[in-house]
Design a protein around this ligand. Structure first.
Ligand code: C5P
Length: 236
């Protein structure tokens, strides 16, 4: 598969076309950003750590019967993926209260959410990814109700698989964000799963081991990602 022109440069990944219209190459860069691009930095090893982390998780999900866009890790910081027609919503599941939910409702950080909650956000940088609901997503033609039902079911299944995986490393999967797309009429998991798009805490101490270390200037960001990777068996 030949890498061709740059299709899109996101905040942390670049997307390249290939000579096969069904596949793309994602390049995980060392760039990181928070607060909708207001804070940006370069973190050494981040591209490589997230690429390996993502490949490991996508493989675990495929093993559990969840179809993902992941095809093959191509290099330290590149992966071959299926080219999806992305649905412009972010699917968030929360097992414990944190982040925007705490700010919105004044909850105590760490409060258990039982059963886990499911939220939808519209993927739009200019608007700051506002919260939406399924009704709006259908009315605006972003997805059909059947597609949204499937995305919700799949997101909860991902939560079941990954909560168990992280628990084996004495880690809590607090919340995470997924993005889906359509590939030959099927709903397929896209984007990435890495500590950039989820919250992971040490079970005993509740130490934050995810992108909140960057958002909250706690330091040792990539060291924390590597610790999580080591605890769940990601080969770095
Ligand atoms: O900010 P909020 O609490 O709504 O985030 C919920 C989860 O979704 C967190 O794990 C966060 O890292 C992730 N997220 C993301 N990309 C966004 C918004 C949230 O990965 N644009």
């Amino acid at each position: 598969m030949q890498k061709q022109q740059l299709l899109y440069k996101g905040k942390a990944k670049s997307v390249y076309e290939t000579d096969d219209s069904d596949f793309l190459i994602l390049h995980f860069r060392d760039d990181t950003s928070a607060f909708n691009g207001e804070r940006v930095a370069q973190l050494a090893r981040k591209g490589q750590v997230n690429n390996r982390f993502n490949a490991f998780i996508m493989q675990k999900l495929a093993d559990a019967g969840i179809e993902t866009h992941f095809e093959k890790q191509l290099s330290d910081d590149e992966v071959l993926v299926k080219r999806l027609q992305m649905i412009p919503v972010e699917c968030v599941v929360r097992n414990y209260a944190a982040g925007s939910l705490v700010r919105r409702l004044g909850l105590q950080e760490g409060q258990t959410l039982n059963p886990p909650t499911f939220e939808l956000f519209y993927k739009d940088d200019a608007l700051g990814d506002p919260m939406v609901n399924e009704s709006l997503a259908v009315s605006l033609g972003w997805a059909t109700q059947e597609q949204l039902n499937e995305m919700k079911t799949l997101t909860h299944r991902v939560n079941d698989v990954l909560s168990e995986l992280f628990a084996q490393g004495d880690l809590m999967l607090v919340d995470f964000k997924l993005e889906f797309g359509v590939f030959h009429h099927r709903i397929v998991l896209g984007d990435e799963f890495s500590p950039d798009g989820c919250r992971i805490w040490d079970k005993a101490t509740k130490k934050k081991l995810d992108k909140d270390r960057f958002r909250q200037s706690l330091g040792d960001v990539i060291e924390a990602y590597e610790e999580v990777a080591n605890r769940i068996g990601v080969p770095l």
